[in-house]
Design a binder for this molecule. Structure first.
Ligand code: TIU
Length: 223
């Protein structure tokens, strides 16, 4: 049955729980804990940790409502055949992708750093999708996963707002999905980039999608 989130911006967002997926982007130790990829790029990871309780609340509500749940992880195969040299060699990080760090090899699928944070572990039956790019559609089976399950609307959370979340949301929008980003369940290392991303997503009549707070969504989802 269709539900309407009247308080979404820039206008009401309609969705049917039976055709809606929650995609939680890259809530991995590599982005949220010291010694991982995010920190190696020079970022303070602590601000990202503030959203963990809200993402957990969203995840629990989505489970209770029976939404399809997908957790993504940005990571590469141990042989790094899916990591372009341009990505590995760019810039001057303290540790590069594939290097040995305090949580194992940086952004490599088998390492502790690539794991989902313990607070947001996937349950059996939930999809954990490894992706080599910033967008979750590139070089993954996400299109098939969503099509097989009849998904039409996607609710997004995770990190970072302007990199992997925004890239995936734009990819999804172009593929015909109605996308809602949960404002307080996403975070960036750069507060100004998060604010700009929320604004640009919903500008021009929801050119990329909608935004709402977790509490606003839960009012409708729990109803
Ligand atoms: N660096 C940064 O802000 N983000 C990433 O590299 N990946 C994700 O956003 N997951």
């Amino acid at each position: 049955m269709t539900r309407t989130l009247a308080s979404a911006q820039p206008f009401a967002f309609s969705f049917n729980p039976a055709t809606t997926a929650l995609i939680i982007i890259d809530m991995q130790r590599d982005f949220l804990e010291p010694g991982g990829f995010g920190a190696a790029l020079g970022n303070d990871v602590t601000p990202l940790r503030a959203i963990i309780p809200t993402v957990a609340q969203l995840l629990h509500a989505a489970r209770a409502a029976g939404l399809v749940i997908i957790h993504t992880r940005e990571c590469h195969r141990p042989d790094m055949s899916d990591c372009p040299a341009s990505k590995r060699l760019r810039g001057d990080p303290s540790l590069r992708i594939g290097d040995e760090g305090p949580m194992g090899r940086i952004l490599i699928a088998d390492s502790q750093g690539a794991a989902l944070i313990p607070e947001l572990m996937a349950l059996p039956g939930e999809i954990v999708l490894d992706k080599p790019g910033k967008g979750a559609f590139y070089a993954t089976s996400l299109t098939d996963i969503l099509t097989d399950r009849g998904i039409r609307q996607i609710i997004f959370a995770g990190v970072t707002t302007e990199v992997c979340v925004q890239t995936t949301m734009r990819e999804a929008n172009d593929r015909g999905y109605d996308c809602l980003l949960i404002e307080d369940a996403t975070e960036s290392y750069f507060p100004a980039f998060k604010a700009a991303t929320l604004e640009m997503i919903r500008a021009q009549g929801a050119i990329v999608g909608w935004t709402a707070s977790c509490a606003q969504l839960l009012e409708v989802l729990d109803a």
